[in-house]
Design a protein around this ligand. Sequence first.
Ligand code: SF4
Length: 235
Amino acid sequence: MENREVRLQDVRRKLPEITGTWNPVTGCMHGCIYCWARRYAERLSKMEVEPYAEKGFQPAFIQDRLRKKFSKNSFIFVSDMGDLLGDWVPDEWIDKVLSKIKMLPHTHFLLLTKNPKRYLSISLPDNVVAGATIESNRDYPNLSNAPPQGERIEVMNKLNHVYKALVIEPILEFDIEEFTEIVKEISPSLVYVGYDNYGFKLPEPTLRKTLEFINNLSEFTDVRLGTIRKAFYEK
Ligand code: SF4
């Protein structure tokens, strides 16, 4: 057991920064009010860029993108323009993406979802980093139609996989002790933390509280920072 823990920690240290994105599946129906991807898809649609020109932000599978080549030791963010594991995504699309990933054991792939329960019904290769967005320990049902934070937290706790990641972005007001314990129990290899970048005036924590939280997390995991700033109401 001890040897396995040492081995996992060694492996975890090797995860690089994200080196690129890959969007074989696009679109999302969670309807978060702060979604930058939906706004970007609208812009691309007006520029006649596919699949957005035809599909907008509706789910789409772009078969040709399965041919994309990746260099060894890169770390690819999969479907940052959607949610690959949304309930609306057919199993077949996910299977095809995972089959491609399995063929590339020297490249790591970050999957990121607000519907992590789907991880429990698929076989994840070891080069997948199973990510979930969890913006707070509290629920904010007015901001998104995605499964509630409580469900996401429970599933990420249950999930047994070599690499797990949490994305706390855009960070929302939270309870520091409870949220720290939640993240510790999930035991992610990576945690990304950042504030909203698009001026949505979300219910944000103060900068001081966020820095204390980051400090807590840094004691047991690899924390990577997005935009860190004062809450909009502090300015
Ligand atoms: S889950 Fe992500 S991609 Fe989907 S609507 Fe929310 S922010 Fe946008």
